[in-house]
Design a protein around this ligand. Structure first.
Ligand code: SF4
Ligand code: SF4
Length: 439
């Protein structure tokens, strides 16, 4: 037997936690057991079977130790392929426009005034939806609106597509979900009533750039008009209806992190009246601000303060990039831009030179030569990841990271910082420890 390459032992709440990032299991060890384990690692793990058969068998059954001839890396690759090649789901993301009513300094997208879906492209999208839904293997169509601000032309460009998706999914008996990544400024009565009348459940991701003052400095409608108060008002209203679930994405930096926890105070009076699962605060660091510093300490403090007040939070310490990879990693995913160009990833510019292909008039996805296979084969080529203890969780980030670094010297999304990797593990252990118990 051998010790799994995906094990880590870390101090956790006064005890020692043995965690395996592939099995996503944790075992809390007494000091004596840890001493025994370390001695066995030095002398050959099989010896543990003589000294403590129960412990040995437990480690074996839970795959903290494995047969010598098992290639764990190959097992992770196999798992990753099965997730990324699934035919059961299709993620269709649509950018109805590249225009936006805000101008955030870090916005990576190039806003294009007057850009919006043309009727011909909408027709092609509907034909694409027909093709996707008619596949017998498909179980769920995930429809996501992105942009630009996707609610700018809601009536003319979004509603016809939603109506078509609902009709086709009903015809082929497929499940579907609908989501919007929006700045939260245009979720007006018309928007609410449309989905209420149709009895559709809608998921919205709405961004904050810190608490009011910091947010308004970044996200404004005009020099004198911020957007924080309006967004809070809109979210409060959405939450008063059962149809809407909100992920409040907090884009934090080393500067704005300190006051972020105050955002929940603007919902303090309604948290007891709503389903807590309908509002989640999800922290993401602004990537241009992603240097090594002690911001993660303040992040944890902020998140804890929110949780203590009864709100759900998620810090981006807890990746699950193999079992739950990004939609862009999956073969069955596409982003259709307003002009019919197609892409995979929503975190890069939608510029014509970087398009991955186009949507044909008859609703066929025409990928650039070799593009899809190159993307699907891009993972597991980064040397540092292959021997990393958290590879089954992190896997080098995503296919976009992988493809941009193909043929390079090797990279690490945590800058090779072992403490940050340990933080990922500690967050995972927290999740296991705090998971609701089944009764
Ligand atoms: S950058 Fe990576 S994780 Fe983000 S959308 Fe693109 S592929 Fe997905
Ligand atoms: S990017 Fe870094 S942390 Fe992630 S799997 Fe690779 S080496 Fe490990």
């Amino acid at each position: 037997m051998k010790y799994s390459q995906f094990n880590s032992i870390l101090p956790y709440n006064g005890s020692l936690a043995l965690y395996n990032s592939f099995q996503q299991k944790v075992l809390f060890l007494e000091n004596e057991l840890n001493d025994l384990l370390q001695a066995a690692r030095a002398e050959g793990i099989d010896i543990l079977g003589n000294y403590h058969p129960d412990f040995y068998n437990y480690l074996k059954d839970n795959r903290f130790i494995i047969e010598d001839d098992i290639n764990e890396l190959e097992e992770v690759k196999k798992k990753s392929k099965s997730v990324d090649e699934t035919q059961e789901e299709f993620v269709l993301t649509i950018n109805p426009t590249m225009n936006c009513n805000f101008k955030c300094w870090y916005c990576y997208e190039t806003h294009i005034k007057d850009s919006r879906l043309e009727v011909t492209v909408m027709d092609s999208i509907n034909l694409l939806v027909n093709k996707i839904c008619s596949k017998p293997e498909l179980k769920t169509l995930t429809l996501a609106f992105f942009g630009g601000e996707p609610l700018l032309y809601f009536k003319k460009n979004v509603i016809p597509i939603v109506d078509h998706v609902v009709e086709v999914c009903e015809k082929y008996d497929k499940e579907f979900t609908i989501s919007f990544t929006t700045n939260g400024y245009l979720t007006d009565d018309y928007f609410i009533e449309y989905f209420r009348k149709k009895n559709l459940n809608i998921h919205l991701q709405i961004t904050f750039d810190g608490y009011k003052e910091e947010h308004d400095e970044v996200r404004f409608v005009s020099k004198t008009k911020g957007s924080y108060d309006e967004i809070i008002k809109n979210i409060r209203k959405l939450l008063s209806y059962d149809n809407f679930t909100i992920k409040a994405r907090i884009n934090y930096t080393d500067k704005n992190i300190h006051n972020c926890h105050k955002i929940v105070d603007d919902f303090a009076d309604i948290i007891e009246k709503i389903d807590k699962n309908k509002l989640m605060f999800d922290y993401h660091r602004v990537w241009q601000n992603d240097q090594l510093d002690d911001t993660s300490k303040f992040l944890d403090e902020n998140s804890k303060k929110m949780q203590e007040k009864g709100f759900m939070t998620h810090v981006h310490y807890s990746p699950n990039n193999v079992n739950d990879s990004c939609y862009a990693d999956k073969r069955n995913s596409v982003v259709v831009n307003y002009n019919g160009d197609i892409y995979k990833c929503t975190a890069r510019d939608f510029v014509p030179k970087d398009r991955a292909g186009y949507l044909s008039e008859d609703g066929e996805l025409i990928w650039n030569d070799g593009y899809i296979e190159k993307r699907m084969d891009s993972k597991f080529n980064n040397k540092p990841c292959l021997s990393c203890r958290i590879m089954p969780l992190c896997n080098g980030g995503c296919s976009q990271h992988a493809i941009e670094n193909l043929g390079g010297d090797g990279y690490c999304v945590y800058h090779g910082d072992e403490q940050q990797k340990s933080n990922v593990i500690l967050a995972k252990i927290d999740e296991i420890v705090n998971a609701p118990q089944e009764v």
